[in-house]
Design a protein around this ligand. Structure first.
Ligand SMILES: NC(=O)c1ccc[n+]([C@@H]2O[C@H](COP(=O)([O-])OP(=O)(O)OC[C@H]3O[C@@H](n4cnc5c(N)ncnc54)[C@H](O)[C@@H]3O)[C@@H](O)[C@H]2O)c1
Length: 249
């Protein structure tokens, strides 16, 4: 076994794009990648929250709506050579069932949670393929592998993201691309606020009587960093639950 796997993670000389960089998980990802010497391109549509990230010359902050193809193209262009793409931005809706969710809510969820990661992959993969290496980490959810807790649109968007993740691994793995997803259960961030949710969704959420306590954003970020690192060199095409075992219930 190579001694390399025992070294602490370092991302020196690598550029990582993190979307949703000003959110609960995103800002921890920015901090942890910087602590390991990556150059970080921090992308979020929330300009005020982006401004609150620590001033750091190693972090390029770019305000953009990741569901807009033109804005994604601008970010990819400004980022330069990208070694690691972390698609973390997402939104949650009122968690409606298929007959409750509106067409507008459906499109909004799919645009942000699924089309945006596709747009970033579409933008960064050509450069990664030219260099013969690149890593994609998509932040999905347990709603990307199970049916019955989140709303129809969120569940479909995260299942789609897991599918995109596996397709990239299957089709481009032999050309140096690794593509994996993390599937968190609940995380202690602003996304936990479901006060506007349908009663049916609140009932479904309360069904988990032995539901584990929400994870800290740090506990999800550490798994993203593992998948982004050379320690995961042979991990490709997985949708890794980070859910304290809730899927096992
Ligand atoms: N919080 C949870 O319980 C939970 C559970 C499972 C999965 N996840 C996933 O974890 C990831 C991170 O979520 P979080 O909990 O940090 O949420 P969060 O709401 O704290 O952060 C999300 C960030 O994405 C940004 N964003 C949303 N839409 C955008 C757009 N169109 N363009 C650019 N930026 C946009 C927001 O401004 C925000 O800063 C998401 O993919 C989410 O689906 C969260």
């Amino acid at each position: 076994m190579s001694g390399d796997t025992a070294r602490p993670q370092t991302f020196a000389g690598r550029t990582v794009i993190v979307t949703g960089a000003a959110g609960g998980v995103g800002r921890i990802l920015v901090r942890e990648f910087r602590l390991r010497d990556a150059r970080v391109v921090a992308v979020d549509r929330d300009t005020a929250a982006l401004d609150r990230l620590d001033a750091d010359p190693g972090v390029m902050r770019l305000a953009a709506d990741v569901s807009e193809a033109g804005e994604v193209a601008r970010v990819v262009d400004e980022a330069g050579e990208v070694d690691i793409m972390v698609n973390n931005a997402a939104v949650i809706d009122r968690l409606g069932m298929a007959h409750e969710v509106t067409v507008e809510e459906w499109h909004r969820l799919l645009d942000i949670n699924l089309t945006a990661p596709f747009l970033f992959c579409n933008g960064v993969l050509p450069g990664m393929l030219r260099r013969g290496r690149g890593v994609i980490v998509n932040v999905a959810s347990v709603a990307g592998v199970r049916g019955g807790r989140a709303g129809a649109a969120y569940t479909a968007s995260k299942h789609g993201l897991v599918g995109l993740t596996k397709n990239i691994a299957a089709t481009l793995g032999d050309r140096g691309i690794r593509s994996n997803a993390v599937c968190p259960g609940s995380i202690q961030t602003g996304m936990q606020d479901v006060t506007g949710a349908f009663p049916s969704a609140l009932e479904a959420l309360s069904r988990d009587r032995r539901k584990p306590a929400p994870a800290l954003p740090e506990e999800v970020a550490s798994v993203v960093l593992f998948l982004a690192s050379d320690a995961a060199a042979r991990v490709n095409g997985v949708a890794l639950p980070v859910d304290s075992g809730s899927l096992a219930f």
